[in-house]
Design a protein around this ligand. Structure first.
Ligand code: SF4
Length: 218
């Protein structure tokens, strides 16, 4: 099987086993963006607590996030960890949104995908995974999101070397799949599920794993 065939077969097997994952859990594009920033280095459960605090305080609008101080915001997002840095990152994003798109996410998402990606990456505290999560899950743009789970699966199956880059892993998928936001959304969510249930960091459970059929090295 070629690399592309393996990548497509992985998707089929994962989808067959787990079904649709219903990502991203957020009521609005802004909530997805804030969630994408807050989920850096923490679990989604902690993000939910922080988002619930923001909602309870009526702060989950671009206007209110622009008005609140970084200190007040940090206190509310505390459950997500690294709260001072994350509050600043949210403020940085909101400043960018105001300066470049008059505070309108609708306007922001009419931007060319590659141009917007570069702009997001230029915001302090927004790296490739967060930028791509914003583009895909908040903007519905066809951008493949790569994370530590993706690296684990691809490297254990010898599809990428252990020393690889975000861009190389992303290319593995974009070279093999149709440019389809729905497919990219589902595939990333399925990989996260796989990483949590089978392809764990220290003790991968290959037996019964949906990708057990493919040669792997653990
Ligand atoms: S077969 Fe093993 S290495 Fe491959 S994805 Fe499953 S748990 Fe990970």
């Amino acid at each position: 099987m070629s690399r592309s065939e393996r990548i497509r077969r992985f998707y089929d097997e994962l989808y067959k086993k787990y079904g649709p994952q219903g990502w991203w859990p957020g009521d609005s594009p802004l909530e997805c963006i804030v969630g994408a920033i807050l989920t850096q280095s923490t679990s989604w459960k902690n993000v939910e607590k922080a988002i619930s605090n923001l909602k309870g305080s009526g702060l989950l609008t671009a206007e209110m996030l622009g008005l609140v101080t970084a200190e007040e915001l940090a206190a509310l997002v505390r459950p997500s960890g690294y709260y001072n840095q994350k509050a600043l990152k949210i403020k940085n994003f909101i400043s960018f949104l105001g300066a470049d798109y008059g505070g309108s996410l609708e306007r922001m998402f009419t931007e060319d995908k590659s141009v917007l990606r570069e702009k997001l990456l230029s915001i302090k505290g927004i790296g490739p995974e967060t930028a791509d999560s914003i583009l895909l899950y908040a903007g519905g743009m066809p951008v493949f999101v790569v994370d530590a789970y993706t690296w684990r699966v691809l490297s254990r199956h010898g599809i990428v070397p252990a020393e690889t880059t975000y861009a190389e892993m992303q290319e593995v998928f974009t070279d093999s799949l149709d440019e389809d936001a729905g497919l990219f959304n589902e595939y990333h969510a399925l990989i996260v599920r796989l990483g949590k249930e089978h392809c764990k960091k220290s003790n991968p459970v290959c037996e019964g794993c949906p990708l057990e059929f493919d040669p792997h090295f653990v």
